[in-house]
Design a binder for this molecule. Sequence first.
Ligand SMILES: [Zn+2]
Length: 149
Amino acid sequence: MSNRKVEIRSRIMRSVRSTNTGPERRVREILSGMGYRYRLHCPSLPGKPDVSISSIRKVIFVHGCFWHQHPRCSKGRRPKSNLRYWSPKLRRNVKRDRNSVRLLKRMGWDVLIVWQCELKKSDRLHAKLQKFLNRKALSKRRAANSASA
Ligand SMILES: [Zn+2]
């Protein structure tokens, strides 16, 4: 490949990467600000959560409202045309999400979903993250043990 082509290609790759990580950037900034160390898209966890913090066993998904069908959100509405194309796709996404959350919880992870439309309201997002990170997540077994102790 010529230098010129390599340059163009790497520019494209960069822009792809930045659009992929764009929505999570706000969340990551806040977490870093709080001093948390996290992992991105951990491949060994169900659903490859956007952010995982293994030290406190918490994961965060940053979901696009349309693709993940944010309930009661204007951006999460089903499209009006091409339903035969969209419906199964969207339904599959929602089902997969639900399944990932169930598996993660069973593994003792606490799960938070941040919707794309929430990223703009910085204060609220901050508060939501803080509340989530501070809450005690006891797995069922641990909860049962501590109750009997
Ligand atoms: Zn939304």
